[in-house]
Design a protein around this ligand. Structure first.
Ligand code: HEM
Length: 542
């Protein structure tokens, strides 16, 4: 009682000091106890760089482009090694076979995510990618996987085709705005497929692009390691909001996200079951028509759908930006792709998804771009729920597992001359990566760029279709070249100038787009317009 009354009489500043010191002390004790964790008999600790007491290696891990440092350490300490940060063990994997052994074969204990406090707070713990291995994740994942099944994705091909063509038209007219056109293409497919909305072209589209990209940018920004102290000191969550600015910020953001996302689902509740065979049911309609099958409540479904919508935003458009950049850097490959498209598609018609099996060079350039410039270069963290021993090494419960894609996709034993951009590695039998028949391979199925095991990206098939349609349509209609300055001199494009956060995107670069042959742009524009009008008409009559 005496202690309580003493605390109550203390000034607010002293109270903050007491709380902060208390929390810090508890962190120090917890880190110390975790560091002292015993290793099972017969097992040994993983190798790794030496760290400092308590902070471990935390201050040696860069908060930008961490994958480059992780690869350096991998070259020194081997394909699986550990780091320490404030008592948490970080296990970094640089080899696909090890990632498969742990994250896929032992998926029963390697499918959790580390606690991501801020991404959780700003999405009401509903963002699937950050969700823990719990009941919500299981139910939302089951729903997501079912919605993104092969047959559902097949139904989205007409919309994907229309938006790919529209993207090419927009890009040719206004190449400086390329990031917006690439984002827009993916977002407009999602908004139709997930929420059943067919929007008019123009400002209303912008609202959606900014709405969902803003949500994902916020998730990414708050997840940057070190951005928020609460990620290292979860005890700060117990502070009242007036003492914790991060809580105030999270409250504002979660409201902003909800205000955009919730009405997208609610507008669907007023629509009846669609009877149009050419108008497949949207994901939200499928949910609303069979609510009890999915076991998700009205709040959870908003976030589950937003996770699919958000998962698609930023990822495919980043891969497309890398493809455009690579066409500037490797004009010989651009010519090979265009020659192949010319042989198969010709001048009279536009590329379609059915052409995919006859266009292995297109698929090889896409796959090699995703290997050479992985969208999630540092991988996506998993977490292990039980103590484990792998090849004699101890992996403690709660360790964060980082499958470092930058290293895995540059493993010389798998990819000869791994630092070079070589689409031929997927096309020529002399390479280990070659697989027949070329009507089917290369493809993106089980490609590590999409992660591992039970958490593998459920959007893989959507991406495969989107990238094929966008890239083949672009190179059928135009040539991509380096831009020229006012004196006619080629503008330099840096070889590697990418952002250093989780979705690693090429920083803004300049390029030129020109029509390959007169009439192609017109053909593309007419097709995009006709299909879009038909979609709008069908949606109004349904
Ligand atoms: C270039 C395109 C894409 C890449 C490279 C990519 C990559 C990834 C990776 C690496 C993960 C984490 C996997 C793991 O933890 O092992 C992931 C998760 C996820 N992705 Fe994708 N993705 C892409 C496109 C998409 C699309 C188009 C969608 C939706 C249609 C999507 C939805 C998701 C979702 C919902 C998760 C969370 C899964 C979970 O935690 O259970 N992604 N993605």
């Amino acid at each position: 009682m005496a202690l309580l009354s003493a605390i109550l009489e203390t000034s607010p500043t002293r109270l903050v000091l007491i709380v902060t010191v208390g929390i810090l002390l508890s962190v120090i004790v917890r880190s110390f106890l975790r560091e002292k964790k015993t290793i099972p008999k017969g097992a040994k600790p993983l190798p790794g760089p030496k760290g400092w007491p308590i902070v471990g290696n935390a201050f040696s891990i860069p908060n930008s482009h961490a994958w480059l440092k992780f690869k350096e350490w991998g070259d020194e300490y081997g394909p699986i090694y550990q780091l320490q940060a404030f008592g948490t063990t970080l296990v970094v994997i640089s080899k696909e076979s090890i990632a498969n052994d742990l994250l896929s074969l032992r998926g029963a204990i390697y499918s959790d995510r580390p606690p991501l406090i801020m991404p959780g707070l700003i999405s009401d713990n509903g963002f699937l990618g950050a969700a823990r291995w719990d009941s919500y994740w299981r139910r939302a994942r089951k729903f997501t996987q079912s919605m993104l099944s092969t047959s559902n994705i097949q139904q989205s091909i007409p919309k994907q085709t229309t938006e790919a063509r529209q993207m090419v038209v927009d890009l040719m007219k206004d190449p400086d705005e390329y990031t917006y056109w690439l984002e827009r293409a993916g977002v407009m497919v999602s908004i139709k497929q997930i929420y059943g909305l067919d929007e008019e072209r123009g400002p209303v589209e912008k609202k959606h692009v900014h709405g969902i990209c803003g949500f994902m940018e916020n998730i990414e920004r708050v997840a940057i390691p070190g951005a928020y102290l609460v990620e290292f000191i979860p005890g700060l969550l117990h502070l009242p909001t007036w003492l914790a600015p991060f809580k105030k910020e999270a409250k504002q953001l979660v409201k902003q996200h909800w205000d955009y996302l919730a009405p997208l689902v609610q507008t669907q509740s007023t629509k009846s079951k669609t009877n149009h065979p050419e108008q497949p049911e949207s994901f939200s309609q499928r949910f609303l028509n069979n609510k009890k099958d999915w076991n998700l409540d009205d709040r959870e479904i908003v976030w589950a759908l937003a996770s699919i919508y958000g998962g698609a935003a930023g990822t495919s458009s980043t891969a497309m930006q890398s493809l455009i950049l690579n066409m500037c850097l490797f004009p010989d490959w651009q010519k090979r792709v265009q020659d192949e498209i010319e042989r198969v598609v010709g001048n009279e018609r536009l590329p379609e998804f059915n052409d995919s099996s006859s266009l292995p060079t297109v698929r090889a350039v896409i796959k090699e771009t995703m290997r050479w410039r992985p969208v999630l270069s540092g991988g996506f963290p998993h977490s292990v729920t039980k103590d484990d021993v792998y090849e004699g090494y101890h992996i403690p419960k709660g360790a964060v597992i980082m499958p470092n894609q930058w290293s895995i996709l540059r493993d010389e034993e798998q990819y000869q001359d791994a630092d070079s951009f070589k689409p031929e590695r997927w096309l020529e039998p002399s390479y280990l990566t070659y697989q027949e028949p070329l009507t089917e391979y290369p493809n993106l199925k089980r490609f590590v760029a999409f992660g591992h095991g039970r958490r593998i990206c459920p959007g893989l098939e959507v991406t495969e279709k989107a990238l094929f349609l966008q890239f083949s349509s672009l190179l059928w209609a135009c040539n991509i070249n380096r831009a020229r300055d006012s004196a006619g001199k080629e503008v330099d494009i840096p070889f590697y100038d990418y952002t250093g956060v989780s979705i690693s995107t090429p920083r803004k670069f300049r390029f030129a787009v020109e029509e390959r042959e007169a009439g192609r742009l017109k053909l593309m524009e007419e097709a995009a317009l006709k299909d879009h009008r038909a979609e709008l008409a069908a949606s109004k009559s349904s």
